[in-house]
Design a protein around this ligand. Structure first.
Ligand SMILES: Nc1ncnc2c1ncn2[C@@H]1O[C@H](COP(=O)(O)OP(=O)(O)OP(=O)(O)O)[C@@H](O)[C@H]1O
Ligand SMILES: O=P(O)(O)OC[C@H]1O[C@H](OP(=O)(O)OP(=O)(O)O)[C@H](O)[C@@H]1O
Ligand SMILES: [Mg+2]
Length: 301
């Protein structure tokens, strides 16, 4: 089948074809009921239940396709969008618009130097060799340090950036750090941060495809569901005000009267990361039968 002929009339949605963002992106698509089967080696997949085609691209290339208006929607790192924007000629506005922070793929683009070396400040790298996959952001960073000049020599490599110092190609690097393990293993330390990043849903400034809103709303629902749990408990009505402060919910807690005089049941969305503390506090104010339920999906205000 010649897939390219089947793209007509479909929203084009770019997703990372490999790397750190891929699995969470696929989970998000599946949670949003975007059904597709990707043939081996093929970078285009038609969605079965919606007029959408998924285009599998390297995360670094996604902002270019969206910026040019070739692709309507995409998921990539905010760092990649920033790098794309930093490459634009002065005065040109970006064709890439962020619509949603997706929360995963959290990392920092950091200036790194040999741990045991003499350098401790990014200013000491001025005029030296710096290797990175993010040349435009690195250039902008050093240009600012140098007050508008640029004497620092910035070279591009596509991956394994950390090896550059050990191999003598660089005095310092600018690369992504999450756990810090890669940096540590390479004998490097971070001395500054260029940008912080998470995965984002982006759209082309010029797209007028009405499905953008539908997809955004579905993805937002899945993210909210992943981030929150539903906490239910019973509480004496006299303690309701205090308990409601502990579980204010996304908008407001849902309160139901119980058969038992003077008691109410409360149901409220709570951030997953806070749930243990919330349960401790609820117990302290007299809540009983506290239940925590996972949320499969959501649409909230
Ligand atoms: N260690 C990490 N932890 C979290 N997010 C990361 C990490 N490394 C990269 N990212 C995010 O993922 C995006 C894509 O980077 P990644 O290195 O996974 O892609 P790639 O270079 O296309 O794949 P690969 O490195 O497997 O060839 C980055 O721009 C960044 O936003
Ligand atoms: O702080 P950490 O948790 O160790 O993660 C950081 C590493 O992850 C990414 O590399 P990736 O795995 O994409 O390999 P690559 O260098 O070949 O791109 C990034 O470029 C760092 O090297
Ligand atoms: Mg990589």
């Amino acid at each position: 089948m010649d897939l390219v002929n089947h793209l007509e009339g479909r929203l084009l949605f770019a997703v990372p074809k490999k790397g750190r963002l891929q699995q969470s992106t696929l989970d998000l698509l599946s949670g949003s009921d975007i059904q597709f089967r990707r043939e081996t080696r093929l970078d285009i997949a038609l969605v079965k239940n919606l007029p959408i085609a998924l285009i599998f691209l390297p995360a670094a290339d996604i902002p270019t396709f969206i910026g040019e208006g070739r692709v309507d929607l995409g998921i990539t790192g905010r760092d990649q969008v920033a790098e794309h924007d930093a490459q634009l000629p002065a005065g040109e506005t970006s064709g890439v618009e962020e619509i949603l922070d997706l929360g995963f793929g959290r990392c920092k683009l950091q200036v790194q130097v040999p741990e045991k070396g003499p350098l401790t400040d990014p200013k000491e790298l001025v005029g030296k060799n710096v290797v990175t996959s993010f040349t435009a952001l690195t250039e902008a960073f050093f240009r600012q340090l140098e007050g508008g000049e640029l004497s620092t020599k910035i070279k591009y490599v596509g991956g394994s950036v950390e090896a550059a110092c050990a191999l003598g190609v660089a005095d310092g690097i600018v690369d992504l750090v999450e756990s810090g393990e890669t940096m540590k293993a390479a004998g490097l330390k971070a001395i500054d941060t260029v940008v912080e990043s998470t995965a984002v849903l982006v759209k082309s400034r010029n797209t007028n495809n009405s499905l953008v809103e539908l997809i955004t709303s579905r993805i937002r629902g899945v993210i909210t569901a992943q981030k929150y749990v539903l906490c239910q408990y019973n509480i004496p009505r006299t303690e309701l005000a205090t308990a409601s402060q502990i579980t204010p919910g996304k908008r407001a807690p849902t309160i139901t009267a119980l058969e038992e005089e003077g008691w109410v049941a409360v149901s409220s969305m709570v951030e997953k990361k806070a749930i243990a503390t919330v349960m401790d506090e609820l117990t302290k104010v007299g809540a009983t039968d506290i239940l925590v339920l996972n949320i499969a999906n959501s649409r909230t205000g």
